[in-house]
Design a protein around this ligand. Structure first.
Ligand code: 5IU
Length: 492
């Protein structure tokens, strides 16, 4: 590990987290057991300042360790641009390893000018078992090139150092996973719970260079305690990328409620009355503003006052679904001017990423841009709906990848499998104490079932409360039962 430039190292660690070069969650890995942490350093090519810092630190590290070599070679593909910068900065000629030999012309695996006996320094981004480094070393060796050292950006500490040492290669890493975890914790970006869960996983899952596990058997799945449904809302607030998700997680944790009231009523006063009565027991009030028959601006003023008084957020369940340009107009203009008052809205993913971009465009240059978010629909509770597995998978991609993830607060869905990222909130409608169906295809589940079996973080209740003889009592009952189920779910 680099010891110099401590401040620069810390700042870079935070920056890498911020740009999603690594994330915490529940990720499928090649080795066959899910990992609680996932690195994707490919994103750094989109941040020239990060590229610059990483490569400068690599060069400084090489100098500090006095690693002189005749060539540098990056492990394909992510490390190639890094190796290029190192080569140029140090005036050390580069070699490029092909992953597959060309099937025409020369069958060279190594491009560049070299001679048998030359030395070569390996550059790699992230090391798990070290097998990718060894693949590159093998091809260089077959050309008579000598490899004794590898500089890497991140060592996941899962056996890579020992595995490559067996082949005579020393690993020098800028960061270890432990350093990254501790830095994020010290800077208040992640909870102790997160650090411990990842550390436990790393200790239990050590990998040989052939992909088998140290100790023989596959570690028990329990080695990974980091599924989103096991984490507390406080921990997840810190992992969230959307400011609204952070806010809502924290609100739920302090107010101890994960109940959303669906105020499907057609008179403004009736909604305000409901909001006042149920306000103390809810984290969210969900509206369908287009069903209000006597809508006025003062309705919104009063609704906002209630949301401030009782500390809940407003979710307009508009289910946007048009092209970006139209959606931007629907969100910001018209009679309702939704973006002026709704903290959150819902949207279908049917149009693809442009739905999120369209909503964001409506907020361009607006002060409230950072105080808004969207729940994307990935499943519906309606009987016979047309959403299939592929649609769900692609909805998850929109919610978790790309440049707009800071606007996505959560996902509206019915099951745990829709997404794994713990920084997103699962909102689940179709909740009623007596499981049943209505005449129009709605399918209900109990509060306990949606929280414990289906991965809901917030349960949405409409008629279960609206049609109760005593709505306050009903709101309290739903809130208590949803919260108790959540507490049981996260209990160790
Ligand atoms: N809603 C659903 N199911 C869904 C989606 C939204 O019920 O899959 I997406 C909305 C519709 C209504 C509320 O506003 O949630 C549920 O109200 P009831 O609890 O009254 O069924």
């Amino acid at each position: 590990m680099v010891t110099k430039n401590a401040d620069q190292m810390k700042a870079l660690a935070l920056k890498l987290f911020e740009i999603n070069a690594f994330k915490f969650g529940d990720f499928k890995m090649k080795v066959g057991i899910n990992s609680p942490v996932y690195f994707d350093l490919r994103v750094i090519v989109s941040y020239p300042d990060v590229m610059k810092t990483v490569s400068e630190l690599l060069v400084a590290h090489i100098k500090e360790l006095q690693l002189s070599s005749k060539h540098v070679c990056g492990v394909p593909y992510t490390a190639l641009p890094l190796a290029t910068i190192v080569s140029v900065q140090q005036h050390t000629p580069m070699l490029v390893r092909r992953k597959e030999a060309k099937d025409y012309g020369t069958k060279k695996l190594i491009e560049g000018i070299y001679h048998a006996g030359d030395t070569c320094l390996i550059v790699e981004d992230v090391v798990t078992s070290g097998s990718s480094i060894l693949d590159t070393v093998r091809d260089l060796k077959s050309e008579g090139i000598v490899c004794t050292d590898a500089v890497v950006v991140v060592d996941r500490e899962q056996g890579g150092v020992a595995n490559i040492a067996k082949h005579g290669v020393r690993m020098h890493s800028l960061f270890t996973l432990s350093f990254l975890l501790n830095t994020l914790h010290e800077e208040g970006r992640i909870e102790r719970e997160t650090v411990d869960a990842v550390a436990k996983y790393i200790a239990a899952v050590q990998i040989n260079s052939d992909g088998s596990f140290v100790g023989g058997d596959k570690p028990h799945e329990a080695a990974n305690e980091f599924s989103r449904t096991k984490l507390t809302y406080e921990s997840r607030a810190n992992l969230a990328k959307s400011p609204l998700a952070k806010r809502l997680f924290n609100l739920m944790a302090t107010k101890k409620t994960n109940l959303c009231l669906a105020a499907d009523l057609t008179k403004a006063d009736a909604i305000l009355d409901m909001a006042d009565k149920c306000g103390p027991y809810i984290c969210l009030l969900k509206t369908h503003v287009d069903i209000v028959e006597d809508f006025t601006e003062s309705f919104i003023v009063n609704l906002k006052a209630l949301s401030a008084r009782h500390n809940f957020l407003l979710l307009e369940d508009r289910k946007f679904a048009d092209i970006g340009n139209t959606v931007a107009l629907q969100y910001g203009k018209g009679i309702y001017k939704i973006s002026d008052w709704a903290d959150l809205v819902t949207a279908h993913t049917l149009p693809g990423r442009s739905i999120v971009q369209g909503l964001k465009a409506a907020l361009d240059g607006n002060d409230v841009a950072k105080e808004r978010g969207v729940f994307l629909l990935a499943e519906m509770s309606a009987n016979g709906n047309l959403i299939d597995e592929k649609y769900k998978e692609n909805s998850n991609k929109i919610a978790t990848e790309g440049g707009d993830v800071d606007f996505v607060t959560g996902v509206v869905c019915q099951s745990t499998g829709c997404f794994a990222f713990p920084g997103l909130i699962q909102l689940t409608p179709g909740v009623k104490i007596d499981e049943s169906v209505d005449k129009l295809g709605q399918q209900y589940n109990t509060p306990e079932h949606v929280i414990k079996e289906r991965g809901a973080d917030i349960g949405v209740v409409g008629r279960g409360i609206l049609q109760a003889a005593n709505v306050e009592k009903a709101a309290l009952t739903y809130s208590d039962r949803l919260w108790a189920a959540y507490e049981e779910r996260v209990a160790k």
